[in-house]
Design a protein around this ligand. Sequence first.
Ligand SMILES: CSC[C@@H](O)[C@@H](O)C(=O)COP(=O)(O)O
Length: 362
Amino acid sequence: MKINGTPYRSVWVDPEDGWSVRLFDQTRLPWSVDILRLTNWEEAAHAIRSMQVRGAPLIGAVAAYGVALAMRADPASLDQVLPTLNATRPTAINLRWALDRQRAKLHNLPVEARAAAAYAEAAAIADDDAETCRRIGENGLPLLAEIAERKGKVNVLTHCNAGWLATVDWGTALAPIYMAHDAGHDVHVWVDETRPRNQGAALTAFELGAHGVKHTVVADNAGGHLMQHGEVDICIVGTDRVTRQGDVANKIGTYLKALAARDNGIPFWVALPHSTLDWRVRDGIAEIPIEERDGVEVTDLTGRTADGRIETVRVVAEGSPAANPAFDVTPARLVTGLITERGRCEASEAGLRSLYPDVAEQ
Ligand SMILES: CSC[C@@H](O)[C@@H](O)C(=O)COP(=O)(O)O
C-alpha cells in the first residue's frame, strides 16, 4: 500500500545493506512517519513488545526476521532466541506459527547455512502474508459489493487496526474494503477509536485516509447506537487467534460489537489468514491467553499538540488504578462467518474443516 504515493510493505529488508530490517514505528503514527532499522534480534523483540509493530500477522513476520538477524550474529543461538521472541506477546498465535516455521527450517541445518535459510524463510513468510491478505480481500469483496449494489452504498464498522499496518500488505478486515473502494463502490467505514491504545483512531484512520476511503472515527461506545439507527450494514474485524470451533480473539471491545450486531441483525464477519488458526485450542474463552498490558495505557493518552509535539498526558484521576486486558473472545455463535484466503465459511469446526482439511489432519 502507499504513503504519500510511495508503495510500502510493513516490514522489509534494507535494500542498501541487504540484511537489516526496516519497519514503521507504529507508536509514532499518524503524527510522524518514522522508519526504524533493526540490526539485532533484541531490537526485533523490543519492537514487538513495545508495539512499535503490532497486528497479529505482522508480529509473526517481524519475529521471523528477528530469527534471521539472530542467525546472522550467532547461528548457534537458535534455542535461546526462539522462546524469548515467542514470549514477547501472548495472544496472537501468528507469532508462534512463524517461529515454528523458522525452527522447522533451521534446527537440522549446519550452523553455517542457518543465516541464509532464516532470511529466505522470513521472506517467504512475508510474501505468503501479502498474497494471503490479497486473497482475503478478494473473498470478502462480494459481501460489500452485494450491499453496495443493492443500496447504492455500504457502511462498514471495524474495530482496532486490521489493515496493511497490521499485516505485511493489504490487511485482513480492511482488504475487502480497499478492494470494494478500488472497484468503484461507495464505501464508508465507521472506525472504532479502539481505546486504550487507539489503533483505530491513529492507524486505521491514517490508512483509510491515505487510500482515499471515506471514513469517520467514532468513540468505541457509539457502535450500538449507530447499529440501532441503520447506520451500519456490516461489521468486519480482524483477529489474533481463531480456535477450531470458531471462537475469535481480537482487540478488547470486539465482543461487545458482536453482541450489538447480533441484537440488531447486522452481519458480523471476521477476516483471518491461515496463520491465525489455532487448531490446538477449542474453547477460546477458557483457553486463549489474554494479554494484560500496563494500566498506563488506560490512564495516559498520546497525541500531537497544536504546535506539532507528540505528547502523553494523564486522563485518569491521580491515584486511581487501571486494568488493561488487551483482547477479548467473541464466541463462534456471534460470528456470521469467517473470511479467509481460501474462501468464506461458517465459524465452526465443520466450517473450518471444509476450508482447511489439511490443517485439521495435522
Ligand atoms: C490483521 S490484524 C488482527 C488483529 O491483530 C488486530 O485486530 C488487533 O487486535 C491488533 O492488536 P494489537 O494489540 O494492536 O496488536
